[in-house]
Design a protein around this ligand. Structure first.
Ligand code: TXA
Ligand code: MG
Length: 339
C-alpha cells in the first residue's frame, strides 16, 4: 500500500512531475474522474490496467490539452474531425481515428484505432499541459464498479493503490463521454453520452449509427463487460409514475419482510416514506439523472441497502446515455407499462 496524496489546484506541478516519473494520478473532468498516466509510458499504462483490474483487451481513451495534440496521435486526420473539434472540444466527446506509431499498442489494447478527448475542465487541461504528454485516463474506479464523480470517491476506489488524486470538486456532467468512431464507413456511436447522435449529425451533415456494442464491428470492447454496478442490486422500473410507485411500495414491503433494506434513487417528487434510504434525482430531468446517478448509487451503498429501486426515464437525448448506464447497473427490471 502506498500513501495516496490529495493535490489541490496549487499543486498541479507536483502531480505532473509524478506523471513524468511514471506514477498514476487521478484527476477531475467534467464527466467523471479519470485515472491518469503518461500515454507514451508503457509501464505506466500497464500499471493502469493492473490497478483497475481492467481486462487487457479494453482500450483506454487518450486525453489531450488541445486539438493539435489530438491530431498528433492519428495516422491521418479523420474526416469530420475539425468540424467536431470546432463544436465539441473541449467537451464530453471521445473521437476514434486510426492511430499512428507514437501511440503504444497497450493503450489501444492492440487495436489500430485510438480514442482521444479534450476534457472541458480547467484543472484537467492545466494538468495535461503541465505533464507535457497526453494522458490515458479510464474512469478512476476498480473495473466493473461505479465511476467516481468526486475526489473522495476516487480515494474510496483506489486509495492506497495510486500516487495521488487532484481535488477538483464534483463533476458537472456525472457520466462518461460519448465515444464516436470515425473509422467506420458511417460515423458510429460506440457509447452514448452527453453529446447526442442528433448533435453530431447536425455538425457532420451525415447520419450517425448507434452501435450496439459487442455485436457490432468495430465494437467498443468495453461494452461487453458488466459496468457501473453498485454492491446493492438495482431494480429498474418502467411505467407511469403512479403505477411505478404503487409497485415500489408493494415490492419494498416484500423485501423488508424478508429483513432486507430498500434504497430509493428517484426524483424528489417520487420520494416514498417506506424506503429505508433515499437519494434525490432532484427534478428528474436527464441532466439531473446524469449528475446524481453514480453519486446516488454510491451513497445508497453506504446506507447498506440490499436493493435500490430506480424509475426509468425516456430514452431520448441525454436520456439514452442515462438509460444505457442504468440498464447495465440493473439486475432486474419491473415493467408496469401494460398491466
Ligand atoms: O468521460 C470519459 O470518457 C471518462 C473520463 C475520465 O474522461 N473516461 C472513461 O474511460 O470513461 P473508460 O476507460 O472508463 O471508458 C472508455 C470506453 C471503453 O468502453 C472503451 O472500450 C472505449 O471507451 N474505447 C476506448 N478506446 C477505444 C478504441 N480505440 N476503440 C473502441 N473503443 C474504445
Ligand atoms: Mg469506465
Amino acid at each position: 500500500m502506498m500513501q495516496t496524496r490529495v493535490f489541490d489546484k496549487t499543486q498541479l506541478l507536483i502531480a505532473a512531475e509524478a506523471i513524468q516519473r511514471g506514477d498514476l494520478i487521478a484527476f477531475p473532468t467534467e464527466t467523471v474522474y479519470g485515472l491518469g498516466a503518461n500515454a507514451f509510458d508503457e509501464k505506466a499504462v500497464a500499471k493502469v490496467f493492473r490497478v483497475k483490474g481492467r481486462p487487457s483487451d479494453n482500450p483506454l481513451i487518450v486525453h489531450v490539452a488541445n486539438a493539435e495534440q489530438a491530431e498528433s496521435l492519428f495516422q491521418n486526420t479523420p474526416k469530420g474531425f475539425h468540424a467536431l473539434v470546432e463544436r465539441f472540444f473541449p467537451g464530453p466527446l471521445s473521437i476514434i481515428g486510426w492511430k499512428n506509431d507514437v501511440v503504444p499498442s497497450a493503450v489501444t489494447a492492440g487495436l489500430p484505432r485510438v480514442a482521444v478527448r479534450m476534457p472541458h475542465h480547467r484543472l484537467a487541461l492545466a494538468f495535461i499541459r503541465l505533464c507535457g504528454v497526453p494522458l490515458v485516463a479510464p474512469s478512476a474506479n476498480r473495473s466493473g464498479k461505479v465511476s467516481p464523480t468526486s475526489a473522495s470517491e476516487v480515494i474510496e476506489e483506489l486509495g492506497g493503490r495510486i500516487a495521488g488524486v487532484i481535488e477538483g470538486g464534483r463533476c458537472s456532467i456525472g457520466i462518461e463521454s460519448t465515444v464516436l468512431d470515425l473509422t467506420s464507413r458511417q460515423p458510429t456511436i460506440l457509447r452514448p453520452g452527453c453529446v447526442t447522435a442528433g448533435e453530431i449529425e447536425g455538425v457532420l451533415g451525415v447520419s450517425v449509427r448507434i452501435g450496439r456494442g459487442e455485436t457490432d464491428r468495430p465494437a467498443s470492447p468495453g461494452m461487453k463487460y458488466t459496468h457501473y454496478a453498485p454492491a446493492a442490486q438495482v431494480v429498474l422500473f418502467f411505467g407511469p409514475q403512479e403505477r411505478v410507485q404503487r409497485q415500489m411500495i408493494e415490492l419494498a414491503d416484500e423485501h423488508q419482510q424478508r429483513g432486507k433494506r430498500v434504497g430509493l434513487l428517484a426524483p424528489r417528487a417520487m420520494k416514498l416514506r417506506i424506503a429505508d434510504a433515499f437519494h434525490s434525482l432532484q427534478a428528474g430531468s436527464a441532466i439531473d439523472y446524469a449528475r446524481e446517478m453514480y453519486r446516488g448509487l454510491r451513497a445508497l451503498d453506504h446506507e447498506a441497502v440490499d436493493v435500490i429501486f430506480c424509475p426509468a426515464i425516456a430514452e431520448e437525448g441525454l436520456g439514452i446515455a442515462v438509460m444505457n448506464r442504468l440498464k447495465k447497473a440493473a439486475s432486474a427490471i419491473v415493467d408496469v407499462r401494460k398491466r
